[in-house]
Design a protein around this ligand. Structure first.
Ligand SMILES: [Zn+2]
Length: 101
């Protein structure tokens, strides 16, 4: 798994999954310049999937991208379910806030 700031990168995936898949080759993140403008949420690195109750740890730059722009991602990966699912199914472990809100 690696990161890119290019929304047109061909290794990016989109949307939710209906079957088990590996993580995407690349995930889109905001540039350092954009992250440096400041976070509007705390930086949180683990979330719990409401459906299975399991925790997934996220890459720090993805965590910072969520902190800068909580609506940046529409779906996110559950390591136990092995799928990208809508962010509203997940809560940050630290404070129980719904991911993407
Ligand atoms: Zn799950």
């Amino acid at each position: 798994m690696s990161l890119t700031t290019d929304p047109k990168d061909k290794d990016l995936g989109h949307g939710v999954d209906t079957k088990v898949v590996p993580q995407q080759k690349k995930y889109l993140v905001l540039s350092q310049e954009e992250l440096d403008k400041g976070f509007v949420r705390p930086v949180r690195t683990t979330y719990v999937h409401d459906v299975c109750g399991d925790e997934t740890k996220v890459n720090i730059t993805i965590a910072e991208t969520y902190a800068r722009n909580p609506k940046f991602y529409g779906s996110t990966y559950c390591i136990s379910c092995g799928m990208h699912l809508h962010v509203s199914e997940f809560r940050w472990s630290k404070d129980n806030e719904v991911v993407g809100s």
